[in-house]
Design a protein around this ligand. Sequence first.
Ligand code: AMP
Ligand code: MG
Length: 294
Amino acid sequence: MDIKNYCFKGKEEFSLQNYDTKDTAEFTSKKETIELLAANQARMAQLQDRLYAENKEALLIIFQAMDAAGKDGAIKHVISGMNPQGVIVHNFKQPTSEELDHDYLWRAWRVLPGRGDIGIFNRSYYEDVLVVKVHSLYKNLPLPDRCKTGELFQQRYMQINHFEKYLYQNGIRVVKIFLHLSKDEQKKRFLERIDDEEKNWKFSQSDIEERMYWDTYQEAYEDAIKATATKKAPWYIVPADKKWFARLLISQIIVDTLEEINPQYPELPDNKKALLSQCREQLLAETKEEEEKD
Ligand code: AMP
Ligand code: MG
């Protein structure tokens, strides 16, 4: 499977319609992918260990999608093999009053991953060019009138491009994942949530209301992806109608990105190596002394 087929770096024409939500590459069933997913998770864990030890580069993985596209499940799968010490998941909900009191990137900035860490954003500052655009929420924001112009979203795309370039240049890689779901599959999953008692809690009436804006959301996604995909911070359009395929592809994207970063265990300087061998001598001498006492 080649992740390039799903990657958009912003050079060519872009239309979501050219991406099939049902695509499963060369696979026809979940069964065929179980071992591959497990192998990717194991590789991810090795690479994360090195990333953490090297403590230089950070990785930020952004998940965006329509409701019920499988973000939460995908995130759970991705991190299941990782060392929790080096992974931070952050959920972006409706902004709090404190968050609304600041510029829209403020809340993202505060939770960026540190060196050696992997940050996972479940939704992100992209909501500020998605839900905010679809419902014209900016009109109610406590912004000066001079900022509430028709240019607002064009300006935000540019700000996001600058922000992500800034992150790249400061040691944080950004990978953006759009889980691309069909409207039919969303309906199926909503019905499952309604019918299954264990899934009821995941459903809210607002999900149905948002569904009525499906086409406007698709347009907003298309515009945002088109405007913010770059070579250094690409978007991946992950077909999401088959959860097993989406999870496999996401694991491959993360493995390939970490391979590209190619983190290395730090090599100890000579004086540290000498110190280690001194410590070894000391510990071994201790055992000898104790044996002699016995
Ligand atoms: P969930 O991910 O299901 O917990 O839902 C979080 C909700 O918060 C979604 O409906 C988002 O659209 C909404 N949300 C996230 N960020 C923003 C934002 N900046 N402005 C308005 N709504 C937002
Ligand atoms: Mg929700």
